[in-house]
Design a protein around this ligand. Structure first.
Ligand code: G4P
Length: 306
């Protein structure tokens, strides 16, 4: 079942973002380093290009992502005009301290001691915007939580002399262009629990882990991953962890949660769900399927239609 997601406030978020960008010098786009494209709202790139604003692309939660894959993504983004990509762990104050310096480099014309450097943080829910903002301001200004869409209102704050920081305007839901994006977002908890079924998401995650990180699975659950697929992995985890239903069957929902929580918390190890190559292959496959007359990948609702 493709994950359905209705981007309710997309149109109003776009309007607010377009207005706010007029008075901004650098866009700080926060994405999840484990799924940088799936966790990026294309509206952000579209609007900042329209306004001709440079972008500091922060691949956040780098502490949870596969370092080699994060490096590949940074190379990928740093080839794009007007973009500077940096891997970061927003929970780490020393890393966050680099952000204003990097923004200054992207807007040298604002470094005249008169005009303030105006930065705006944008990104979909749960990528770490509030954590970043709190670390930049060295105080708690927005509620930080693991449930999506906690940050709802735009606010502009002074960030030391000659610098202002505005947080994301409105609710920037992810635009789910491909089924895989929905599953990656759900696995990483950027989509709320009520929107998805844990077992399906865990089977999807399991398939990626079996293909790219089998050794991490073997180490964590002491199982042999050879020959398993996503659902069979859940069976195996349920057996290894004694997840049993009252009647004696396997409690696959419990096993799914174990896998998801182990991935989300980093207990499984440093994992990236997509690489520039897997992304390109996924898009090519979706296009080929669509050209062959198969139904559109999923809802891919355009902002205007929302
Ligand atoms: P948002 O404003 O974009 O919606 O995201 P928010 O800052 O609320 O962060 C969402 C979750 O991601 C929080 O977890 C936060 O701690 C975590 N997070 C943010 N940046 C990083 C990072 O660089 N590395 C890791 N590992 N986690 C990060 P939480 O479980 O709700 O809160 P907490 O108990 O971790 O504080």
């Amino acid at each position: 079942m493709p994950i359905q997601w209705f981007p309710g406030h997309m149109a109003s978020a776009r309007k607010k973002a377009a207005e706010a960008l007029a008075a901004i010098d650098v866009v700080i786009e926060v994405t999840d380093a484990r799924l940088p494209e799936a966790s990026s709202n294309p509206m952000i790139d579209e609007l900042r290009r329209f306004r001709n604003r440079p972008c500091l692309k922060l691949l956040n939660k780098a502490d949870l992502a596969d370092p080699a894959v994060t490096r590949a993504w940074m190379d990928h983004y740093n080839r794009q005009p007007g973009v500077r990509a940096v891997a970061i762990t927003a929970k780490n104050a020393a890393e966050v301290a680099r952000v204003p310096v990097l923004c200054r480099q992207l807007a040298p014309h604002r470094d005249d001691g008169v005009k303030p450097l105006r930065m705006m943080i944008m990104g979909i829910p749960n990528v770490g915007k509030s954590t970043l903002m709190n670390a930049l301001l060295k105080r708690k200004v927005a509620k930080v939580g693991d449930e999506p869409a906690v940050t709802k209102h735009q606010q502009t704050l002074d960030l030391g002399p000659g610098m202002t920081l505005t947080d994301t305007p409105g609710m920037m839901w992810p635009k789910i262009a491909y089924d895989a994006d929905g599953y990656m977002l759900a696995a990483s908890h950027a989509i709320g629990r009520n929107a998805v079924i844990d077992e399906e998401v865990a089977a999807f995650l399991g398939a990626i882990l079996l293909e790219r990180y089998p050794a991490l699975l073997a180490a964590r659950y002491r199982l042999d991953p050879a020959g398993l697929d996503g659902p069979a992995l859940l069976d195996a985890v349920a057996r290894r962890r004694g997840c049993l239903l009252k009647g004696g069957g396997l409690d696959l929902e419990k096993a799914a949660l174990i896998l998801l929580v182990d991935y989300r918390s980093g207990a499984l190890g440093r994992i990236s769900l997509e690489t520039p190559e897997t992304r390109a292959a996924m898009i090519a496959a979706a296009r080929a399927a669509s050209a062959a007359g198969e139904p559109e990948s999923d809802q891919a609702i355009d902002d205007e239609e929302a």
